[in-house]
Design a protein around this ligand. Structure first.
Ligand SMILES: N[C@@H](CCC(=O)N[C@@H](CS)C(=O)NCC(=O)O)C(=O)O
Length: 203
């Protein structure tokens, strides 16, 4: 299967971490695909009109996106413990955590775009900063339970969002004042699947 891929994308990284966890990474033919919000990618849009990565194309031509859907597909292909628990309440907890990590990433990407504009909007920057603060506080409160819960899509999304702070917001010390989620993130970062997918700025 073909994966539209980039070593910079935290959403692609989610999929790659899942694939490594599940022993499926060697099933991907990773195709370097350069995307940008301001430059729709004509060829990619033939397969995914959103012009976003990750986009997975199966050998029969079936196209699957976005990252939660690709991971749900991968989770059907193996006999290991599932990344998406089958039963409530664990299922809802994992999916809610995935939504939190993905939502965090969504606005971190917007934040980065805003910072790079010639005239960044102060209102937007202030809003992103306030959300970041609230999310880190919420994650710090949840860290002990996160550590106690079997590894899931929620862990992947939250871990990728925190790692993206290190990658693109390195000047901000997100660990300060958030010792529990920082400790959890250290265990996340030590996983072989996470180490194998470290982001690379190849621009
Ligand atoms: N909800 C999507 C988000 C994917 C996403 O935003 N990917 C970025 C790269 S990290 C992208 O393709 N950006 C191109 C664009 O916004 O046009 C997912 O979970 O896969």
């Amino acid at each position: 299967m073909k994966l539209h891929w980039s070593p910079r994308s935290p959403f692609v990284r989610k999929v790659m971490i899942a694939a490594h966890e599940l022993g499926l990474a060697d099933r991907f033919d990773c195709v370097r695909t350069v995307v940008a919000t301001t430059k729709p990618h004509a060829l990619l849009m033939e397969e995914n009109p959103l012009s976003k990565i990750p986009t997975l194309v199966l050998d029969d031509g079936t196209v699957i996106y976005d990252s939660p859907v690709v991971i749900e597909y991968l989770d059907q292909l193996h006999d290991r413990p599932k990344l998406i628990p089958a039963a409530l309440p664990d299922r809802m907890k994992a999916l809610r955590r995935q939504a939190l990590g993905d939502g965090f990433l969504d606005f971190l990407l917007l934040w980065r775009n805003e910072r790079e504009r010639e005239h960044p909007s102060d209102v937007h920057l202030a809003s992103y900063a306030e959300k970041r603060k609230a999310i880190l506080l919420a994650l710090d409160k949840e860290a002990d339970d996160l550590a106690a819960t079997p590894f899931s899509v929620g862990h992947i999304a939250i871990g990728c969002a925190l790692s993206y702070l290190d990658f693109r917001f390195a000047a901000d010390d997100w660990r300060a004042g958030h010792p529990r989620i920082a400790a959890w993130h250290a265990t996340f970062a030590a996983r072989p699947s996470v180490r194998a997918t470290a982001p690379i700025d190849d621009s």
